[in-house]
Design a protein around this ligand. Sequence first.
Ligand SMILES: O=C(O)c1ccccc1N[C@@H]1O[C@H](COP(=O)(O)O)[C@@H](O)[C@H]1O
Length: 207
Amino acid sequence: MPVRVKICGIRDHAGLDAATQAGADWVGFVFFSRSPRHVTMEAASSLARDMAADSPKRIGLFVRPTDDDMRRVLDHVPLDGLQIYDDAGRTEVIRTRFGLPVWGAVGIASRRDLPETCAVDGLVIESRAPAGSDRPGGNAHAFDWTLTNGWQAPVPWLLAGGLNSDNVQRAVRQSGARAVDVSSGVESAPGVKSPELIRRFVQAARA
Ligand SMILES: O=C(O)c1ccccc1N[C@@H]1O[C@H](COP(=O)(O)O)[C@@H](O)[C@H]1O
């Protein structure tokens, strides 16, 4: 089974088309206003509605959302899954309340941070945000990938944080990941996806 790939932070047709043509498994829409990849509900709705059935699955990314935030987006944007940055308990509540598959994001600094159990559908394992950052992910910040090697993950998981086409093969080899998630590493400037970098990343992840 080839390594699966999520391209996060899609904001326009150029990025979406590049991810689709490269064969990405998932695309992410960031509903977090402090991110340079923030997408409006209107733009996400128009992008997500235009997607064919065999396109990448559509993941909505939320940071500590209220129920109202979630409802507002879900009423307008067709999504296939959610990536949530919040406490594990709240993330599980969101899963029950909104009836979509949910990935919980976990920032790790040591093996002790890797969950042994969880009640969500997947986990995004990434580096902790560097000091001073105002967002919990999307910081182009990698962690020691060997930390996940040998981990008995309770659910399928994605490796994230600081990945790009030059390091993704090493990251997959060292971490044992079967799925990867990238945002900054496929951009020409913060929030601007590069079709060429997306193509190279997907190719490298599966090489
Ligand atoms: O992309 C963002 O701006 C973002 C904002 C808030 C939370 C998560 C965010 N992105 C996620 O972070 C990781 C790693 O991103 P990067 O490749 O290091 O830029 C990935 O899971 C993104 O989905």
